[in-house]
Ligand binder design. Structure first.
Ligand code: ADP
Ligand code: MG
Length: 256
């Protein structure tokens, strides 16, 4: 009997956590994603930057099929998201998403917001969900606000509750769409710190952001999008230090 080798190089053979091939998305006649190819490895932190209207949000929303995919393939965690027949709710349980506007339930306390999805989807008993929520609120620095209603929280605190809520489903991947854009400047730092900690903890993250300092410091890779294309991608050093495309250079000249 021949033995199968057990020391295969995982890094070379492992499938990416997210594989996007030829992704196109149109709204009516308006093609806003024009064929994206992006692979994201497990544990990788990818920041997506680019001008307003370039398709960054649409790209993110295609990853968990909040938008129907017009053409191409999107595979997340081994699930073919672009396959209409797939149980998308099951896939979404692996993917946490945080938006610019936190969308917390106003009549529920912070901890109730964090507990809701695990209880509703029957992933956890109420007691388990509460224990997890306590831990997560602690993780985002809000243990003492567990019983506060959203109206009594600052923008930065609300966004941190929203992150805890997304983490409550124990996702493998976190998507952030301009999570700090609606915040007063003095609150941006506390939210970015939570993202930084998540990145350090090995979470796979796709982060659409205008915070160039954050992208430079935290990301493993930066993707610059314009007009529905990935114009350029590379390490933060490459993109911010030595951008090759004139569109990237123009954009960075405007925002830096
Ligand atoms: P970004 O996040 O980079 O600012 P978006 O992905 O939000 O860009 O938008 C890209 C383009 O798609 C824009 O022209 C926008 O008007 C259009 N778009 C986005 N969502 C919709 C929608 N639900 N219906 C129609 N057009 C949309
Ligand atoms: Mg957007």
């Amino acid at each position: 009997m021949t033995e199968t080798p057990v020391t295969e190089n995982k890094a070379e053979t492992a499938d990416p956590k997210i594989r996007v091939k030829g992704l196109k998305k149109s709204f009516g006649d308006n093609e806003v994603l024009k064929g994206l190819d992006v692979d994201i490895a497990s544990g990788e932190v990818v920041c997506v930057i680019g001008p307003s209207g370039s398709g960054k949000s649409t790209f993110l929303r295609c990853l968990n099929r909040l938008e129907d995919i017009t053409d191409g393939k999107v595979v997340v965690d081994g699930f073919d998201v672009s396959d209409k027949k797939i149980d998308i709710d099951r896939v979404r349980q692996h993917i946490g998403m945080v938006f610019q506007h936190f969308n917390l339930f106003p009549h529920m306390t912070a901890i109730e917001n964090v507990m809701l999805a695990p209880v509703q989807t029957k992933r956890a008993s109420k007691n388990e969900a509460r224990a997890t929520a306590v831990r997560l609120l602690e993780q985002v620095g809000l243990a003492e606000k567990a019983d506060a209603k959203p109206a009594n929280l600052s923008g930065g605190q609300k966004q941190r509750v929203a992150i805890a809520r997304a983490l409550a489903m124990n996702p493998d991947i976190m998507l952030f769409d301009e999570a700090t854009s609606a915040l007063d400047p003095e609150m941006v730092g506390e939210v970015l710190q939570v993202l930084r900690d998540l990145a350090k903890g090995g979470m796979t993250m796709v982060v659409v952001t205008h915070e160039m300092g954050f992208a430079r410091e935290v990301s493993d890779r930066v993707i610059f999008m314009a007009d529905g294309y990935v114009v350029e991608e590379g390490t933060p050093e490459q993109i911010f230090g030595d951008p090759q495309q004139s569109r990237t250079q123009d954009f960075l000249n405007k925002v830096l």
